[in-house]
Design a binder for this molecule. Structure first.
Ligand SMILES: [Zn+2]
Ligand SMILES: [Zn+2]
Length: 293
């Protein structure tokens, strides 16, 4: 694997290039997401974020109670750059995503209170988001995709800044105990995809802040049920790099990328997009990926 030597832009470009060649069914949506992720990376360079400071006593309390460091609404975001990015993403959608074209146009032309909109997303204020959706008369998922993608660089940067609180804790102990929970140690959200490293360790990527965290090799990565007869998975010989873990206890599933079988740069967000067929299969079998705890 050449992942380490690639910078992030190359990683996105090479991952997209490979995936389009391998999965013609995704040849329309991958170029759109490729540009979206490149725009997000570009936006990170300009962000002006105040760091989140966690007081020692709060940190100690959260650690003792095995709670995440913060809740999602505590992430700072840079309103100005999120607004610029939202416009840029709408422009990309108009050009590259026929299904989103109309909605992207409506968002660009509407005089939106973007500060309120981004606040609603950070605070998960569903009622207010639905009001905006109604006012714009566009599908809810289109607004969610574009607005959430516009604040994602701030959230991801915030999580990277906060990660030192985790490292400080683990290095203070002799034998690091992995965070063996089904939710993100930084923000408490559920993972959206996982991967298996060369050494067989299973890692998860948070669905909100994109923090990577290690979880146990066996059992459900989401509810942490460890009963063998409750755990199943499926995979296909044609796509050896993917596996879908299914849990009969919580009836949820998670897609796993086996890096030992991956012969292209790993950009998790694109793997997520290029495996919608696996979501469909898991959902058909009665499993859900709903990001609920
Ligand atoms: Zn998180
Ligand atoms: Zn489970």
């Amino acid at each position: 694997m050449t992942t380490e030597t690639c910078n992030i832009t190359e990683q996105i470009n090479k991952s997209a290039e490979n995936l389009v060649k391998m999965r013609p069914a995704y040849e329309e949506i991958i170029p759109f997401y490729r540009e979206l992720y490149l725009a997000q990376e570009d936006s990170k360079k300009n962000l002006d974020l105040s760091p989140v400071i966690i007081a020692d006593d709060v940190l100690k309390m959260r650690k003792e109670n095995e709670l995440p460091l913060i809740s999602p609404e505590q992430f700072p975001f840079d309103h100005k750059h999120a607004s610029i990015l939202l416009k840029r993403l709408c422009t990309i959608a108009k050009k590259r995503a026929p299904a989103l074209k109309k909605s992207a146009n409506t968002i660009l032309e509407a005089e939106l209170d973007t500060e309120q909109l981004f606040n609603d997303f950070i605070k998960n204020n569903i009622a207010s988001i639905r009001e905006t959706v109604k006012k714009l008369a566009i599908p809810e998922e289109h607004l969610i995709l574009l607005a959430a993608s516009a604040i994602a660089p701030a959230v991801e940067t915030g999580a990277q800044q906060l990660a030192h609180y985790l490292e400080k804790e683990s290095s203070a102990k002799d034998n690091t105990t992995a965070w063996d929970k089904g939710f993100c140690p930084i923000c408490g959200s559920l993972p959206q995809i996982g991967y298996i490293k060369e050494n067989g360790e299973r890692h998860m990527i948070c669905g909100f802040c994109l923090h990577h965290f290690k979880t146990g090799r066996t059992g459900c990565a989401l509810c942490r049920n460890r009963e063998k007869d409750q755990q199943q998975y499926f995979y296909s010989d044609d796509e050896k790099e993917y596996r879908v873990d299914l849990c009969n206890h919580c009836k949820r599933y998670i897609k796993i990328v086996d890096l030992r079988e991956l012969e292209r740069p790993f950009y998790p967000q694109l793997e997520l997009v290029a495996t919608i067929h696996l979501d469909m299969k898991a959902i058909e079998h009665g499993y859900s990926n709903l990001l609920e705890q």
